[in-house]
Ligand binder design. Sequence first.
Ligand SMILES: Cc1cc2nc3c(=O)[nH]c(=O)nc-3n(C[C@H](O)[C@H](O)[C@H](O)COP(=O)(O)O)c2cc1C
Length: 186
Amino acid sequence: MRTLIFNGSPRKDGDTAALIYALCSRLHGEIFTVNAYYDGISPCTDCRFCMKNSGCAINDKMTDVYEQIKASDNIVIASPIFFSELTGPLLSVMSRLQTLFCAAHFREEKREQILKRGAVILTGGNDLGSQKAENTAQILLKAMGAADIFPPVCCKNTDTLPAAENAAALEDMERIANFFNGGCRI
Ligand SMILES: Cc1cc2nc3c(=O)[nH]c(=O)nc-3n(C[C@H](O)[C@H](O)[C@H](O)COP(=O)(O)O)c2cc1C
């Protein structure tokens, strides 16, 4: 089993990292992580290369990530909420999924059908809405071929209770791990 995790947090020991750690400690198989702030992946420049050609005109770490997307059984989008959305650098990395969109809509390529599972893990300092970030993350997971998505988990109020100490959020990581490892959602 292979799991691909996109981490949208700038804080290496922050709340999102704590939840990713809790999830990974329970996951079977191989794990590949993309760190939006630190992996040097450039944004899409809308050069239109991928309207006619497979892959991407930009040659950077995203080339490996495309392979990981194809090969993964599970994909996770984990991010702090910034102004109700996923963080800017994570959205920037995700803009490179345009080639997957073009594969279906312009190049008319057939997608290899591996049934992928997905999960959304969000952290927020307060208890304001997470709906926008959840919707965006789910659109991106579907673009990567995740058809079966675990109900989004949002660990709120991290200003007063860090995610690492939030028992409910840690239990949710266990549920996601069970879901990916082949069990059920409960
Ligand atoms: C620029 C910025 C914008 C933020 N906007 C929100 C927000 O809209 N809603 C919210 O609940 N928290 C917001 N926060 C708080 C973070 O989401 C919160 O501290 C989160 O736990 C940080 O996760 P991390 O430690 O993994 O980076 C914001 C923080 C920053 C720096």
